[in-house]
Design a protein around this ligand. Structure first.
Ligand SMILES: [Zn+2]
Length: 389
């Protein structure tokens, strides 16, 4: 059994997928106007390890991750660089794929682009219109949250202490944009020229590729509100059902006590870190230093320490293999212990420490069955995406 923390119920729940041994996973991808920083990488690597773990547990996964290629920031950056928007988004997507490949991240099965989903978005907008969920403000279309009974109570519960009190009092604040009118936009739907809001974009992509409800919506913690909560409102409004069964969120990364974001000057680009340390160290530093729901404070010392730990484990495994395990009658269960830690809310740091300690014991006591040892280390290497053997 696998237990995961569901941000919407705020509790650890047993993973029960809609179809047995199948997982429908949607993660919100990048808005493609600048290169990735390591805060993004933490989320992407986490879901990669999660997927690899599910595969080893016998699940098949349908993973959808979008690229938001319509956004004001894209327009602005393209203008500054004196290139057209398509040139910019294609370049950034290409760089993104190269980074993901270097990081050994499995490619999502489907990577939809907003610009290719205008028809699907239009379909959702029509459904919302038919259910009187929208209102016009000037030429823009807004979602009227008051049409969803008790939704503020739900937001209050999910956000708990971080619930913005003014949200309860201010009706304007509760409503969110579905379609922004723009006469210069190349995108055209029945409501006119314009661009879609972000929440309806992901709704349409999930609806088309996974169906609603689906199993797991993932992303960084900053997406809980408003993005994931408002996708859910759209789903309840149109289909009278919750959007996803589980919501998994990876905490952000901070640098000198500040959250790292694209607008920050203290940004650490993934490329620089990859060039300096390589994929194994980057993967395990971001995922095995601290649990994914805890904020990670970037430190050069910590990442160097992680590099030393990984090198030491690889050296010890090499010695064990060269000595063919030595002579021992002690049966080690390296993999079982490793799985045990991951099964309870994907505790990668504890699983990794367990693995490290078991390798020490194997080196000290020898291993009874060298083939079994090799197979177990290979399985762990697969899940972490690090070649220990
Ligand atoms: Zn999204």
């Amino acid at each position: 059994m696998i237990y995961i923390y569901n941000s919407f119920s705020r509790s650890i729940e047993e993973l029960r997928t809609i179809n047995k041994k199948k997982v429908g996973l949607y993660t919100c991808g990048p808005t493609v106007y600048s290169e990735l920083h390591i805060g993004h990488a933490r989320t992407f690597i986490f879901f990669d390890i999660f997927k690899r773990f599910l595969i080893k547990k016998g699940y098949s996964i349908l993973h959808v991750q979008n690229f938001t290629d319509i956004d004001e920031k894209i327009t602005r950056v393209a203008k500054n660089k004196k290139i057209n928007e398509r040139q910019l988004t294609e370049f950034i997507i290409n760089e993104y794929h190269k980074d993901m490949e270097k990081l050994k991240i499995f490619k999502p099965d489907i990577e939809p682009l907003t610009s290719e989903y205008i028809q699907e978005i239009d379909k959702a907008i029509n459904e919302m219109k038919n259910k009187s969920l929208l209102y016009k403000n000037g030429m823009d279309l807004f979602f009227d949250l008051s049409k969803i009974p008790n939704f503020i109570t739900k937001i209050k519960y999910i956000l708990d202490k971080s619930f913005p009190e003014e949200l309860e009092k201010n009706n304007e604040m509760q409503n969110f944009i579905i379609w922004r009118y723009d006469d210069c936009s190349p995108y055209h739907i029945a409501s006119g020229k314009g661009v879609p809001g972000w929440h309806v974009e992901c709704y349409a992509m999930v609806n088309k590729n996974l169906g609603i409800p689906f199993d797991i919506q993932g992303g960084g913690t900053d997406l809980i509100y408003p993005h994931h909560i408002y996708e859910d409102a759209i789903s309840i409004g149109i289909k009278d059902t919750e959007f996803a069964r589980y919501y998994m969120h990876v905490a952000h990364l901070q640098f000198e006590n500040r959250k790292m974001s694209k607008s920050d000057v203290n940004i650490i680009y993934l490329k620089d870190l990859l060039n300096k340390y390589g994929p194994d160290v980057v993967r395990l530093y971001l995922e095995a230093s601290i649990h994914y729901r805890e904020i990670l404070s970037f430190s050069d010392k910590d990442i160097t320490d992680m590099a030393i730990r990984i090198k030491s484990i690889k050296d010890k495994i090499k010695t064990i293999m060269e000595e063919k395990g030595g002579s021992s009658s002690i049966k080690m269960e390296i993999l079982k212990n490793f799985y045990g830690k991951l099964e309870y809310d994907i505790d990668i740091p504890s699983a990794f420490t367990e693995f490290e300690q078991n390798i020490d014991l194997c080196l000290k006591n020898g291993v009874a069955d060298i083939d079994k040892f090799k197979k177990e280390v290979e399985d762990i290497s697969f899940i972490l995406g690090v070649d220990f053997i």
